[in-house]
Design a binder for this molecule. Structure first.
Ligand code: ASP
Length: 418
């Protein structure tokens, strides 16, 4: 994927996320003034939500096929690829579990009492997990695409990606088509995101008009929980793996990730941070060139622990806000969908929000919940992108160490970052 295309060049004027935040504030003000009459502004938001829905199927399908075919090197590098992918996906599942646990304990969305629109999906519409697992292989992939069955689409895309990789030379044109379609979808995402300030304005006006200003406290709770979860994941899970599996100093790891984490925090793009990540892995953690240049780009594409954690917290927040009880199979479905979806999430600003709509759709939660989260998404994106990058660095160190490709002299040296 081309990073330059996925990110807007720096333009004079307000950054998109500033506009979204302004849209949110103005929306809340308009809602407070207009009260229930703010409903007239809702169609602007509905337009934005529909545009996001439009993106889900083609975006996930194309980017997953491309994501899997980009694993071509995995076959060549066999063991290293397997280790990296296992660590990437394993930690992603842990991250989302942390997110779900925090949200289940602290209930950030409780008391919001939002009503599900008539005809909208609710958690109860989701089929039991066993049935979902059995149905994961689509009998008819076109039908899966047309009906938006996300798990079936993911299964088919992964299968197609593997097949294209195995075919080799003859599959190159098809891979190029998916590649360019995926690029077009990233572009379309960028275009849709330009609507976000207006959409967020309309939706926030409606939400604030209908439910009052009490909406703000749960949002503050949501931000706090995502940040706490992100810190826990890096300090406990990553440092724990570095210490136990890697036999390395967690303090050195935490110092080594500082620079790229700061870049990620400000750019909210793990793909955009890649050069800083590779530099830090080599110079701060002593990971070899070979390992860092394979494991890190792979991680920037398929490893999204921060995004998964955020999806866990937000999915539950939305369920609580709409008063929908989730079953154990719903929780497992969220873990599975987010883990798989993380493979197809582009490392660009705001991609996680689109993927959240995918998780909501799969579990049968109201997609309107996105509106509440969208206004503060940038603040959440900063934390989750930093975690995504710290995860890539952790895996590069562990894989490097296990392959004898980590220079412990560099790893243990006094950091230049104080
Ligand atoms: N911005 C994130 C990243 O680049 C993806 C996301 O939106 O969660 O890693």
């Amino acid at each position: 994927m081309s990073i330059s295309q996925a990110q807007s060049p720096a333009k004079p004027g307000l950054a998109l996320w500033h506009k979204i935040l302004i849209g949110m504030v103005l929306g809340v003000i308009a809602g407070a003034i207009l009260g229930p009459n703010a409903e007239v502004l809702k169609p602007i938001g509905t337009l934005f939500i529909n545009a996001i829905k439009m993106l889900i199927v083609p975006l996930i399908f194309c980017s997953l096929v491309v994501g899997v075919t980009s694993l071509e090197d995995t076959r060549k590098m066999g063991r290293i690829g397997m280790k990296s992918v296992a660590l990437y996906l394993g930690t992603t599942a842990v991250a989302i579990t942390i997110g779900l646990t925090l949200a289940a304990v602290f209930m950030p969305g409780a008391g919001l009492n939002m009503a599900v629109e008539a005809g909208a999906a609710t958690g109860k519409d989701a089929p039991p997990l066993v049935q979902t697992l059995l149905n994961i292989i689509p009998k008819n992939p076109i039908n899966a695409l047309a009906s938006g069955n996300i798990l079936q689409i993911i299964a088919f895309a992964i299968g197609l990606g593997i097949a294209l990789t195995l075919v080799g030379e003859k599959a190159k044109p098809a891979i190029a088509v998916f590649d360019s379609l995926a690029e077009a979808m990233y572009k379309l995402t960028e275009m849709v995101m330009k609507l976000a300030p207006y959409g967020v304005f309309g939706l926030m006006a409606w939400v604030a008009g209908k439910y009052g200003l009490e909406i703000l406290l749960p949002l503050i709770k949501l931000v706090a929980l995502v940040y706490i979860g992100c810190i826990l994941h890096v300090v406990v899970v990553y440092s724990g793996i570095i210490t136990t599996i890697g036999g390395l100093s967690p303090v050195r790891y935490l110092k080594g990730v500082l620079n790229p984490a700061a870049v990620a925090f400000t750019t909210t793009s793990s793909s955009g941070t890649l050069p800083a990540t590779i530099k830090a892995a080599r110079e701060e953690l002593g990971v070899s060139k070979g390992i860092s240049s394979f494991v890190l780009p792979l991680g920037a594409t398929i490893n999204m622990d921060g995004t998964a954690l955020y999806q866990g917290v937000c999915a539950l927040f939305i369920a609580q806000a709409f008063g929908i009880d989730l079953t154990t199979s719903d929780y497992l479905l969220i873990i599975m969908t987010s883990t798989l979806a993380s493979i197809g999430t582009a490392g660009v600003p705001g991609a996680g929000l689109i993927m959240l709509s995918l998780v909501l759709t799969t579990v049968g939660l109201p997609i309107e919940g996105l509106a509440i989260v969208a206004g503060i998404d940038r603040i959440l994106d900063m934390a989750r992108t930093s975690v995504n990058v710290c995860g890539d660095m952790m895996v590069s160190a562990i894989v490097g160490k296990s392959e004898g490709e980590l220079d412990t002299a560099i790893y243990n040296k006094e950091s230049r970052i104080s």
